[in-house]
Design a protein around this ligand. Structure first.
Ligand code: DGI
Ligand code: FE
Ligand code: FE
Length: 185
């Protein structure tokens, strides 16, 4: 990863791997799986958007019209492919965690949630009041932290006028419902 990424992205990657392992300790996930998923989650991030789209075409990775309009999220799809074919990861759980780390999705596995949340809370991310609370929640209630990161992301996307992928919205609705259910029970 040090050779693949610029120093800033490399630092971020180490942060995500480190926090993924810490969360794996808390939630009873295999530590090595969490570390590998964290280390590889942004392995396609160094490419510019044009290159990512070209590589997806070259490797026959299906890119939807929606994804072409929102190329920020495509590095996750290409990253999952590179993790499989270049880094020889055969563990489907790890591949899915890389694949879904940007938009999230409804009904994620614990490992997927760990990488999704770690990506947002790692120490290199700029601290805000909200993020401080999410960092604390992540080690107490992973569904709540997942929901809050989704909310935080959607708020940022709306504020900056970006197109929102259906999956991001669906994931938000799913975790909102899950949090509400757990409060009723
Ligand atoms: O790769 P990172 O910068 O570590 O973080 P990331 O993979 O979570 O997100 C990359 C970018 O993708 C980030 O700026 C948020 C953005 N993103 C996530 N969901 C959506 C999205 N961008 C758009 N336009 N629409 C989405 O639904
Ligand atoms: Fe990413
Ligand atoms: Fe990341």
């Amino acid at each position: 990863m040090k050779r693949c990424l610029d120093p800033y992205r490399y630092e971020h990657t180490i942060g995500v791997a480190y926090i993924s392992v810490a969360l794996a300790m808390k939630y009873g996930v295999d530590l090595e799986r969490a570390e590998i998923a964290g280390l590889l989650h942004d392995c396609a991030k160094a490419y510019d958007i044009q290159t990512i789209i070209q590589k997806c075409e070259k490797y026959n990775i299906i890119v939807s019209e929606e994804e072409k309009q929102i190329p920020q999220t495509l590095h996750a799809k290409l990253g999952a492919f590179i993790a499989m074919h270049k880094f020889k990861v055969t563990d489907g759980e790890i591949i899915r965690a890389i694949l879904n780390h940007t938009t999230g999705k409804p009904g994620m596995s614990i490992l997927e949630q760990i990488v999704y949340v770690a990506d947002a809370i790692e120490p290199g991310r700029e601290t805000t009041v909200k993020l401080t609370q999410i960092r604390k929640n992540a080690f107490e209630d992973l569904d709540l932290a997942t929901y809050q990161v989704l909310g935080y992301t959607l708020e940022y996307l709306k504020k900056s006028g970006k197109i929102i992928e259906a999956m991001t919205e669906k994931a938000y609705d799913y975790y909102k419902e899950k949090i509400n259910q757990s409060r009723v029970n």
